[in-house]
Write a protein that binds this ligand. Structure first.
Ligand code: ACM
Ligand code: ZN
Length: 523
């Protein structure tokens, strides 16, 4: 009897293996059939009208980087065929991939769908033995339209090649948004030509904290730290991302997290300064003065250049962690409260955000803000990024506002991922891969109509304790892959054990791409 049970379980697990792919994120439908396709240097690649040469080139390059040869372009129907057809694949960003003994047919609903089909094919290629791919058919499309990853480049900043590598990896796992956190207390990282002081002063801090901020007394390294992305570099990143169907959403923080900007423009703070870019981590009382019209002029001028660089529909304007201490004792801020008939400093923050929203609407852009923008009244068209748990997102959706879920307990990758004593210093708490994977973004408490305002989810990467690229990758991967799956795959039919199985199949690809992922999670 015991042996029968074991045999039955073995057969069941074998059956499962046959029925499921090694893909992350798990596709909507996957069917294995008999036979296999052998990819050789003789296989051509052809595309039907409408498929961009850029996508074909990218496909050739992704295949070459693994297979070692470039598939020749073919006018006739080739072994690998790419086409667009929204009748065959009705879902946005969707694709159908058929691998059979004579070739590979890939149909995208739109260019993004075709691109995601290529990503699935390339992932399967990395998992193949000697370029032999089992025959199969995949039908696939995303659960959420917003699938994001964030990166804080203020606390520590990362050079353009790293940003491109990050974008490549996000695209391979079917993310479509990169939220670039460009300004904060510890450094301003985007060139604004109108204000050279942002480059000369605000982009640098005097030194950096050593160790965790809880370790007192604070010790510093004594080394000037900083830098910024030139506008040319920003354009390059945005173009690179767009080729990979990733929208870059810039974040320009206001009214809080503004010390670096204030160090260059002290007149924009309530006390007039002097200020210096922060050298340690936390929340600082000195924020933009909301009573001073020059603050708005400055930020509008900044945003004028930002919107020229970023074609994204959304501009993130922060809004989180803005202490009201200075506003309470600032004559200008208090005059603004009286003049505008505001109840208190929370309504003053709401005034600030609404004023910036109105400005951005004249540029045809919508704002995203962290969930504090609910306090004092939500700006009419704002999308809320829910980070202090999910309540902010729930409240926003109840108010018929769009929301993106980024709850700190589940998708903050600056938190510890294992309990090994050898873990490098992290910001706080414990967010293992299993916890990230367990997160379900649609709250039970909402009606279907309310939940329709949920755009999707995002993982956040705050870089206070991430001083190197390798350390950033270690914190991001593989946890970001759990977010990728939650954002893309249907809720039903996927499990954490099966995710781990597919993660192991993804390991060789991560290694080949030289990703310094956290291997302790793979045991
Ligand atoms: C945040 O983590 N302060 C948005
Ligand atoms: Zn003020």
């Amino acid at each position: 009897m015991k042996y029968l049970v074991i045999l039955f379980m073995l057969l069941l697990s074998l059956g499962k293996g046959f029925a499921q792919s090694g893909l992350i994120p798990q596709p909507v439908a996957f069917h294995r059939s008999s036979g296999e396709f052998l990819l050789t240097a003789l296989a051509g690649i052809s595309s039907e009208p409408g498929v961009s040469a850029e996508l074909v080139n990218l496909t050739q390059e992704q295949i070459r980087s693994y297979a070692g040869f470039t598939l020749p372009l073919s006018q006739k129907k080739a072994a690998i065929q790419l086409k667009l057809d929204s009748t065959q694949v009705p879902q946005n960003e969707g694709y159908r991939l058929r691998i059979h003994s004579r070739g590979v047919e890939l149909v995208g609903h739109d260019p993004a769908g075709l691109f995601y089909g290529v990503q699935s094919f390339v992932q399967l290629l990395h998992q193949s033995k000697n370029l032999r791919l089992p025959a199969s058919q995949i039908i696939d499309y995303p659960r959420f339209s917003y699938r994001g990853m964030h990166l804080d480049v203020s606390r520590h900043w990362f050079q353009v090649p790293f940003i491109k590598k990050y974008i490549d990896l996000l695209a391979q796992y079917k993310f479509n948004t990169f939220h670039w956190h460009l300004t904060d207390d510890q450094g301003w990282r985007i060139e604004i030509k109108r204000y050279p002081e942002l480059q000369n002063v605000a982009a640098y801090r005097k030194e950096t904290l050593i160790g965790h901020k809880r370790e007192l007394p604070h010790r510093f390294d004594g080394k000037k730290y900083g830098g910024y992305y030139t506008q040319e570099e920003v354009r390059e990143v945005v173009r690179y991302a767009a080729q990979r169907h990733i929208t870059v959403i810039p974040e320009i923080e206001m009214p809080g997290h503004a010390l670096a900007a204030l160090s260059a423009f002290p007149a924009l703070g309530c006390t007039g300064g002097p200020y210096q870019a922060a050298t340690f981590w936390g929340i600082f009382d000195d924020v933009y003065c909301a009573g001073n019209d020059s603050t708005f002029t400055f930020l509008q001028n900044v945003l004028d250049e930002v919107v020229e660089l970023f074609p994204s529909k959304y501009i993130h304007i922060g809004g989180d962690e803005c202490p009201k201490t200075r506003w309470k004792s600032c004559p200008k801020c208090q005059a603004r409260i009286r003049h505008e008939g505001l109840k208190d400093e929370h309504e003053l923050q709401s005034y600030f955000i609404q004023r910036m929203e109105k400005y951005l609407l004249t540029k045809n852009r919508e704002i995203i803000g962290w969930d504090e923008i609910l306090e004092g009244g939500l700006s009419p068209g704002a999308t809320v990024m829910s980070w202090r748990g999910t309540e902010g997102g729930i409240e926003a959706m109840r108010q018929k506002h769009k929301a993106i879920m980024t709850p700190e307990p589940f998708v903050y990758f600056d938190f510890y991922q294992s309990l090994y004593a050898s873990e490098p210093t992290a910001a706080a708490w414990y967010t293992p891969l299993s916890k990230v994977y367990s997160y379900e973004p649609v709250p039970d408490s909402l009606t279907a109509e309310e939940a329709s305002y949920l755009l999707g989810i995002q993982g956040n990467v705050w870089s206070e304790y991430l001083a190197t690229e390798a350390h950033a990758e270690y914190m991001i991967f593989p946890r970001a892959l759990a977010v990728a799956e939650t954002a893309w795959s249907p809720k039903k039919g996927r499990t954490y054990p099966d995710f781990l199985r597919r993660l192991r199949l993804n390991e060789p690809m991560l290694k080949r791409l030289k990703v310094a992922y956290a291997t302790c999670l793979m045991n």
